[in-house]
Ligand binder design. Sequence first.
Ligand code: IVH
Length: 698
Amino acid sequence: MTTPPPRRSRRQTSATSAPEAARARVEALRAEILEHDRRYYEQAAPTIGDNQYDALVSELRDLEAAHPDLATQDSPTQRVSGRPAEGFAVVEHREPMLSLGNVFGREELLVWYQRLVRLTERSDFAFVCEPKIDGLAIALVYRDGRFVQGSTRGDGTRGENITPNLETIRSLPKQVRAPQGGTLPTAFEARGEVYLSKVEFSRLNEQRAASGEQLYMNPRNTAAGSLRQLDASITASRRLDLFTYQLGWVEGERPAATHYEAIAWLKAIGFPTNPLAERFTTIEDVATFCEGWAAKRDALDYEIDGVVVKVDDFALQRALGVVGREPRWAVAWKFPAEQAVTRLREIQVSVGRTGVLTPFAALEPVFVGGANVGMATLHNFDHVRALDVREGDDVIVQRAGDVIPQVVGPVLASRVGREHELRVFHMPDTCPVCDAPVEHDEGEAAYYCSNPDCPVRLARSLEHFTGRAALDIEGFGEVMCATLVARGLVHSLADLYDLPAKRDELLALEGIGAKTLDALFARLEASKSQPLHRLLIGLGIRHVGSETARALATHFGTLDALRVATLEDLQGVDGIGPIVAQGVYHWFQDTRHQALLDRLVNDAHVRTTEDAPARGGILDGLTIVVTGSMERWSRNEVESLIKSLGGKVGASPTKKTAFVVSGDGGGTKRDKAEALGVEVIDEATFIERLHERGWGDR
Ligand code: IVH
């Protein structure tokens, strides 16, 4: 038997002199990769996807392995280094890495500003405002244009040498170039923040969820953990990013006299800098910038926890100096924290309209994201298991923007010594409301109450039936629906329309006067003429939301036609898949549902037809977002109108949104639209636009 020569020596022999073709290909690949880096990081306009990019790097790596004489230290492949290190060496910072004092609003900012005025006896300041990136501070040293050392902040005086890990970051320049018409200092230090984008954070967590691993808590901790890996190939797999925001020490001539110039210089020689930085000359404008980003922070793809405000002029910075570890010339305007730690008292279960049991967290109230939070969603049982949260745990709670508060995960460290206080949660075997057995299909996340007459289910169904998206009957809130069910005044959705016959019993209820009741009856009567799709939404058929209801109503035109539709008929409806078709089919086969429909149609005389199909299509292909309260129409009406004219209604602005129609209020969506550069118009302009497009002409 012959033994093949070891791979390494074979490569070395063939690589003594690389053939011209390999050399040319290596050079072409390097140039191409650098160009893609530039498009990706400097222009934010990549022209190839990540997989194609990885393929280029991989080809280059193979060629360099086969021809070691072609390998160079500054090759893009050297960024992805698998070199293991033995702990981190200590780096002494030549100049301390400082921290910042905080302000939490306009008033405190003004106090900070007045101190500047007092100390300098002047008021003609220029300030630079930059988003405060929620990541990890790092210091990068360049000598003769080459990246030679990178370190963490550490305690501000001494950090860790994490050069190999930083080399794996694509946006970190390995080599910088002199600016046009200028020269580079012999050596200098740039400081900045390494962060993980929200997209990358979700990608990593999806991977971890799929492999049953504990989820990461937030992008910041994940970035920190990724950077401090002894094995830099792990860092490389995390796709970290970087913004530089400060010029540190410089050997030779300082290239800038102000912070704003320094940032421009860093950008010009190849560093990623934050494009949102702005220079202002009044403190009012500074405050407005800060308030603006407090409202728009969710629109960014990276987390920010405030705005850093810096005095622009370096001479003034020096004159103002440092107290303790905080410079007087800079301050952080902090946003309310979006995560907090609190005790999870208990996991409770609520029952929804379809009978689905949803676990939720009952918490020790905690102030987070600008509000007091006592409850947070846990989605479903699988999620509770994936998070491995236990009753009695200290948990991280997150409340960002309009999103419902969530439990992010347990604080594992605080379990130590309190294990006996913790209880693992199990879904109940019986419904917490009616005691009926709970059903669960193997492989499905959802658990259901098996009792179709469960009182909570009926109350929730009533809320849904009368809700804005369905029959839109004002006056049937949560309390009203629960009362009607509890007092035995309603046993089925159809009983709603018998309420006028129970006037006296209703008047006996607390808080309902004759006038209110008559108005309620009038709205009840009016709701009978709502178009078919609204009735379909109201029935609460599983999987039938407003899009599907519209598709069904438009396709079949009448309830009668839909009731006799076969499974094939249903599958033939545009936009309806096999699962939804099955669900709809079975719903209509159920004799209880048939009885309900008979009563609604024959006794209550609800309308069973859809509006004539849209005439126009003047909004064909446009996605429009509606927010705030309108003057002329209700939000629902505007949305119905958009759909009837062929447009789509978006839940929240994205880059694809044509425009946002904003009434009074509607702040968050409007801000998000503005951050994305999406046009925001008011109701009157919207109506004008419709006329321009020929609305009402026919
Ligand atoms: S300047 C003396 N600019 O905030 C000024 N810091 O609390 C030092 N940070 O350790 C920092 N974004 O990790 C500055 N645009 C920005 C920043 C920023 C995030 C972090 C940095 C620093 C901490 C200060």
